[in-house]
Design a protein around this ligand. Structure first.
Ligand SMILES: [Zn+2]
Length: 503
């Protein structure tokens, strides 16, 4: 972290709240006894049924190795001078490393027509450095988890020095009678289930702060601990940050003890000339009808589940079907590692939408491999606990007009131990599929978890058993769909009954 010298205070006065979190028991926490086993050694594995033995070739531990490769690409980028805004960020060297990694895998498996389709990106929002600290009553809190919301605006080079105000959960009731003009507003945001959906954004607290003249706004994501989260664009026009709960509590308490001021510096560079791409590979089948598989390559921080897990699933499917004799592959399987969407544009997704009539003309199935496995977490008092299983998935399998596809998917999820809700979503759960499900027979099971889009979404949060289960289920769905004809699954484009839930 580059810290401007004016922000540096005598070390004794600076409270690094993450250190506090690690050393002291959290208030209200029930402290468990020491662990008896490592979760990774004890994940619950779903046994294969006799008729499904062939899918045993898809091994979760091998897939987890792919997750490790991808998360290492993120850390490499972080360690090459990007300590604050890092991940497999679109347009960066981490993006091209991920593309090359996938290209190598496809070549190694013997796929045909392996290539990268390149795209020029519009200027990309790249925060170079930032710093947030709050001072009151002779004490300074250096908010190490402050993270600028995607596409938020920077500060003047000299930074901002603002009065800090605390506005509860940022509802209209909290704002009533409060003067926030020219001030830095701090609100607590309830995670639903994490920073991806949270009350600060959904109930409009951030926008309200701006409308009432605030100069900056902080969305404290109320997940126990001190978690850095990356927010999607908040459509605010003042510097907007997320922040971990420990930092948020500490600043709230400073404000409560009297007056507090906050210093903010945020240097953003709109970076021209960056490139990204779609990584393509094909497994020719007996016919020119297709099954299409996509996975987005990008993500913030280590992005273990979003989307190293999905990429591992797609690569695992390529590896598995490459070993199936061509004569047994009724349809050609087309794989595409997309650029992703954690930026201001969706290069591959837009291209796919614009070319849907060619790409998906004879498609019997599009699987979007996205957030395919996450460790089960529970909010327990002032703690997030992890269990030795994987989470249930939001899912969609072609909707009510494709009952045969839904039946195949439901059975496969059940037989391989993919936990789901009884209710499928009315539209694909998210990502590139959000704009394609209306036009193509789509299947997607995705998890959106507490750690989603945060620095806690590490490789360790991707259970190999979950990866194994979903990848085997997708393979079985592909085989099942090959017993159907195009007329069973292809439908005229649908108008969504409800808006897609988003990304
Ligand atoms: Zn994703």
């Amino acid at each position: 972290m580059r810290i401007t010298s004016s922000f540096l205070l005598p070390a004794a006065l600076v409270l690094a709240s993450s250190a506090l979190a690690q050393n002291a028991p959290r208030p209200g926490a029930q402290i468990p006894a020491p662990a008896l086993y490592k979760l990774d050694d004890a994940f619950l594995e779903w046994p294969l049924q006799a008729q499904d033995k062939a899918y045993g070739a898809i091994e979760g531990k091998r897939l987890n190795g792919y997750v490790a490769d991808l998360t290492a690409i993120s850390r490499k980028y972080r360690d090459q001078g990007h300590p604050q805004f890092w991940g497999r960020i679109i347009g960066t060297s981490a993006d091209s490393d991920t593309a090359q990694w996938m290209l190598d895998k496809f070549k190694q498996f013997g796929l045909a027509d392996v290539h990268i389709q390149s795209f020029d990106l519009p200027d990309q929002w790249m925060p170079q450095s930032w710093d947030v600290s709050a001072t009151g009553g002779g004490k300074t809190i250096h908010a190490i988890t402050a993270q600028p919301a995607y596409q938020t605006k920077g500060t003047p080079a000299e930074g901002l020095d603002l009065e800090a105000v605390y506005l509860g959960t940022g509802s209209a009731t909290d704002f009533a009678g409060r003067d926030v003009k020219g001030k830095a507003v701090f609100i607590f945001s309830m995670p639903l289930p994490g920073s991806w959906r949270n009350t600060g954004v959904l109930e409009g607290g951030l926008r309200m702060a701006e409308e009432r003249g605030a100069a900056a706004v902080f969305n404290i994501v109320a997940l126990p601990g001190n978690i850095r989260t990356q927010l999607y664009p908040t459509r605010t026009n003042i510097p907007t940050f997320s922040m971990g709960m420990d930092d948020g509590y500490a600043i709230r308490d400073l404000i409560g003890k009297g007056s507090a001021r906050v210093k903010i510096k945020l240097d953003i560079k709109m970076t021209p000339g960056m490139k990204t791409g779609t990584v393509w590979g094909t497994l020719p089948g007996v016919t020119d009808e297709t099954i299409n598989i996509i996975a987005h390559r990008d993500g913030w921080f280590e992005s273990g589940s979003d989307n190293a897990s999905g990429v591992a699933t797609m690569v695992g499917l390529a590896e598995y079907f490459a070993k199936v004799p061509k004569a047994q592959r009724r349809r050609t399987i087309v794989f595409a590692g997309t650029s992703g969407h954690h930026n201001g544009g969706n290069a591959s997704g837009t291209w796919l939408l614009d070319h849907k009539d060619e790409v998906f003309a004879k498609s019997a199935l599009l699987i979007n491999c996205e957030h395919t496995a996450t460790i089960q977490t529970y909010l327990f008092g002032e703690d997030i606990r992890m269990a030795n299983t994987s989470t249930a998935m939001l899912w969609y399998a072609g909707g009510p007009s494709r009952p045969k596809l839904q039946a195949i998917a439901v059975k496969a999820f059940h037989d391989f131990g993919v936990a789901t809700y009884a209710n499928p979503e009315q539209a694909a759960p998210g990502g590139e599929m959000s704009r394609l499900w209306q036009h193509v027979p789509g299947v997607q099971a995705s998890d959106y978890n507490h750690f989603f889009h945060s620095d806690q979404e590490t490789a360790e949060t991707v259970p190999w058993t979950g990866l194994q289960a979903i990848t085997r289920a997708y393979a079985k769905i592909m085989v099942g769909v090959n017993t159907l004809d195009l007329k069973d699954v292809q439908r005229p484009s649908e108008v969504p009954a409800t808006p897609s839930p988003g990304r």
